[in-house]
Ligand binder design. Structure first.
Ligand SMILES: Nc1nc2c(c(=O)[nH]1)N[C@H]1C(S)=C(S)[C@@H](COP(=O)(O)OP(=O)(O)OC[C@H]3O[C@@H](n4cnc5c(=O)[nH]c(N)nc54)[C@H](O)[C@@H]3O)O[C@H]1N2
Ligand SMILES: Nc1nc2c(c(=O)[nH]1)N[C@H]1C(S)=C(S)[C@@H](COP(=O)(O)OP(=O)(O)OC[C@H]3O[C@@H](n4cnc5c(=O)[nH]c(N)nc54)[C@H](O)[C@@H]3O)O[C@H]1N2
Ligand code: SF4
Ligand SMILES: [Mo]
Length: 747
């Protein structure tokens, strides 16, 4: 007898429903899309299918590992592992203080309840300024721009794909990535629907990506110049009297200033720098202004570049100016079931964004949302002095592959006094650890998309219990994290995890009951805690958040409202409908208005002026990245299903550049930047614009000491050996991963 289980896929932001068939032994027989999932309706991609191979992967860790005297790893017990971690971290802290221990939190933590709910507790418990994450090689510029304009880092406007008539995409390739800061299963189907209803999709990208091919129009752009294009579009809207913020106009601060800022950037002025003819820029602006319901959407290509925050800001400026912010078919603010920073507390105003409360020790880059830019991590480890980082905790991250100047970071990690990694594998990063604490497979843990529903194009909620019991000798990741919290707060290796968990849960309830407007305002937190029994761990916190959220039952206030029990009874999820207008209530700026001209961003316009006149040398080449449907950053290359077929870690070169540089299709090239060099095969392809080359990130597995054997055999080259850690978006500190100057030669 086989059984069927339903599970939200945790492998990317699309949150597809999976239908798993298991045999009596618990082995996964089949993975299909869940046709009844309220959001994904049966859609899935090759990664979703490979969740079976991930679970069965013999290289996936199933016991803690400790480093031996000769540098290899050996299995050890959990007790031994935590004792080593306590000794290692306490020693470093005794010598160097709290800042000597750094934490790096990687991307899969955004898809993992344990890491989302307890990772912050770990950061808080450590009390270190050296908290880093994959967010500063990713979306922080968008979050910072959103926080400056609307008040909080999670008040991010997402494209209302299902109702728009005109979608302008910059620097995103959702047909490969399945969407980001835009949770939307089956983007291809949704884009086709735009076209089927007579709408238009335009993609601005230096490469004719999958998404660009499927679009009605592809506009190639010089990497790093989106902000110039966008501000020129703003200038056109003002010049041609197409500015029409509509209902939002009385809420907007800075309209007049914006007009003056944009005026010098006429399309004719930015054409040379962007590589886009002025008439095209004018038409893009007019089309956007003319469309009934239009939206501008920017992602990686606009955030991980030198104008990351400024470009992200201008994306939403265009949405506001064309009257498309916060209206159906435009850019809208989701209202997730667990609530969030813009649904709790007093509606319509707040504290606004605060950044730079502290700075990195060596380079002086400012803190953003409690973190320092990961581009600083290597120098913080290598540079002696007070506050030098001497120990590192990595949680679900592979920064040696994912962050700039990977070669330098690799060396820095090798020189640490102590390192512990919580991971599924021995990776390029965790191979440097003294102790590796294994996390269970996705099928062995419950799932709810705490983070991603906050960026979803419909308001949905879906909870999946663990499909399989946790493997022998393994423990829940939240327990592992709370053990680390215990060590961080000085309770040692033997801290009582359940007591800490009670403390965390009570703290959440205490804050909620103290929040004006909460359905439980003024109630007794202890009484609410008792009502959540016998749940504990992430499920207890989730239940508390759901019950107090916007659709919640409010701990008895509305018996028909949402709770975890209600979601348990709905294995295909609950759909709360299309996004609805949320302004002004969702604003949390201090002014209670939409800040169209935040001072930090206005100041960055000076750099845009300089960029107008910057002239690339003849023959200069710049590097950008790319994603492939069967990749997931650095960590799914150990699954045979996802690495079979032709080599994918190649450098794409335009035929004209290949001819000029003497590069041949299939032959190896040496690619060099200020900080490093790699060799990899050339793929001559006219999809990439002249002067630009593209290398996917996430490869470079063929190094000593890693435990993922399939990945190692399909090693590829690590593109972040080329990324320059000194090149950051100065507003956010986010790394520049697109637009890196490189030179190429036959190897
Ligand atoms: N050049 C270049 N660099 C880039 C990018 C780019 O486009 N170009 N993209 C950037 C982006 S957007 C991101 S998000 C980062 C990603 O950067 P990282 O998050 O540092 O890297 P990942 O490759 O996602 O590695 C995730 C690690 O988590 C482990 N893992 C997976 N699931 C779990 C789990 O449930 N628990 C635990 N404890 N561990 C788990 C995996 O085994 C893997 O080792 O890379 C960035 N780097
Ligand atoms: N298959 C797969 N899916 C993934 C991931 C993965 O690794 N593989 N990673 C996940 C993660 S962590 C994230 S953050 C998302 C990212 O999701 P996306 O942002 O959709 O992903 P990318 O494919 O990196 O798309 C970036 C696009 O920007 C273009 N680009 C580069 N530089 C510029 C520029 O200066 N201007 C403009 N306009 N375009 C530019 C690139 O050519 C590329 O097509 O994907 C997620 N989904
Ligand atoms: S699109 Fe993303 S969520 Fe959907 S099956 Fe693929 S990896 Fe999983
Ligand atoms: Mo990402």
């Amino acid at each position: 007898m086989s059984v069927t289980a339903y599970r939200t896929c945790p492998l990317c932001e699309a949150t597809c429903g999976l239908e798993l068939t298991l045999d009596e032994s618990g082995a996964v027989e089949r993975v299909r899309g869940d046709a009844d999932d309220v959001f994904s309706r049966g859609f899935l991609c090759p990664k979703g299918v490979s969740i079976k191979q991930l679970h069965d992967d013999p290289d996936r860790l199933r016991t803690p590992l400790r480093r031996t005297a000769n540098g290899s790893f050996e299995p050890c017990s959990w007790e031994e592992a935590f004792a080593l971690v306590a000794a290692g971290l306490e020693g470093v802290r005794a010598r160097g203080g709290a800042d000597a221990v750094a934490l790096y939190i990687g991307n899969p933590s955004a898809h993992n309840m344990s890491a989302l709910l307890y990772g912050r507790a770990l950061a808080k418990g450590l009390g270190s300024r050296n908290v880093y994450s994959a967010s500063t090689v990713d979306q922080y510029p968008k979050q910072l721009a959103s926080a400056l304009m609307f008040g909080t880092a999670t008040t991010v406007a997402v494209p209302d794909l299902d109702r728009t008539d005109h979608l302008l995409v910059l620097g995103a390739n959702p047909l490969a990535s399945n969407g980001s800061l835009m949770t939307a299963p089956d983007v291809r189907g949704r884009l086709q629907a735009i076209q089927a209803r007579g709408g238009k999709v335009v993609v601005v990208d230096p490469r004719r990506s999958r998404t660009a091919r499927a679009a009605d129009e592809h506009v190639p752009i010089r990497p790093g110049t989106d902000a110039l294009l966008l501000i020129a579009m703003v200038a056109v809207l003002f010049e041609e009297q197409l500015v029409a913020p509509g209902r939002l106009e009385p809420l907007c601060d800075g309209l007049g200033e914006l007009r003056a800022l944009a005026a010098p950037f006429a399309p004719e002025r930015v054409a040379a720098a962007t590589g886009i003819p002025a008439p095209t820029i004018r038409r893009l602006a007019r089309d956007l202004g003319a469309a009934e319901r239009a939206v501008v959407y920017g992602r990686m290509g606009t955030t991980t570049q030198t104008f990351g925050t400024t470009a992200s800001w201008l994306v939403d400026v265009l949405n506001v100016l064309t009257g498309n912010l916060d209206r159906a078919g435009g850019a809208m603010f989701p209202l997730p079931a667990i609530g969030g920073s813009n649904s709790r507390g007093e509606p319509g105003r707040g504290r606004g964004a605060r950044t730079g409360r502290w700075s990195s020790r060596v380079r002086g880059l400012g803190e953003v949302f409690g973190e320092l830019p990961v581009a600083c991590l290597a120098e913080e480890i290598e540079t002696p002095g007070d506050g030098q980082v001497r120990a590192l905790i990595t949680l679900a991250g592979n920064p040696v592959v994912s962050t700039p100047n990977a070669g330098r970071l690799d060396g820095a990690l090798a020189a640490l006094d102590f390192m512990v990694s919580v991971d599924l594998y021995v990776t390029e990063t965790s191979r440097h650890a003294d102790v590796i604490l294994p996390a269970p497979s996705p099928l062995e843990r419950a799932h709810y998309d705490l983070a991603l529903y906050g960026f979803a194009i419909r308001n949905v909620a879906n909870y999946s219990p663990a499909v399989l019991p946790i493997g022998d000798g393994m423990q829940d990741e939240w327990r592992t994290l709370l053990r680390l919290v215990g060590i961080a707060v000085g309770q040692g290796a033997g801290a009582d995890v359940d007591a800490i968990d009670d403390f965390v849960a009570l703290d959440v309830l205490r804050r909620e009951t103290a929040t004006a407007g909460s359905p439980v305002a003024g109630r007794d937190p202890a009484e609410l805690l008792a009502a959540l029994a016998p749940r504990r761990g992430p499920e207890r916190l989730l239940d508390a958040l759901l019950r107090t959220g916007p659709y919640g039952e409010g701990f008895g206030r509305d018996p028909d409202g949402l709770s975890l029990a209600a979601l348990e009874a709905a294995p295909h999820g609950i759909d709360f409908g299309a996004l609805e207008p949320r302004l002004p209530d969702a604003l949390r700026t201090a002014s209670g208005r939409i800040e169209l001209t935040p001072p930090q961003l206005v100041a960055d316009v000076a750099r845009l002026h300089a960029a107008l006149d910057a002239r690339a040398e003849d023959g200069a080449m710049v590097l950008i990245g790319r994603r492939d449907l069967r990749s997931n950053n650095s960590w799914m290359h150990n699954l045979p299903l996802l690495v079979r077929g032709p080599e994918r870690c190649t450098v794409l070169v335009h035929p004209d550049d290949a001819a000029r540089l003497g590069l041949t299709d299939g032959a190896p090239a040496r690619v060099r930047s200020r900080v490093g060099a790699i060799e990899l095969p050339v793929e001559v392809d006219d999809a990439i614009m002249p002067g630009v080359v593209s290398i996917p990130h996430g490869w470079g597995h063929g190094v000593d000491g890693v435990g993922w054997r399939v990945a190692s055999a399909h090693g590829g080259a690590n593109s972040n050996v080329l990324a320059d850690e000194l090149e950051v978006d100065p507003v956010s500190g986010n790394a520049v991963l697109n637009g890196i100057p490189v030179s190429l030669a036959p190897a």
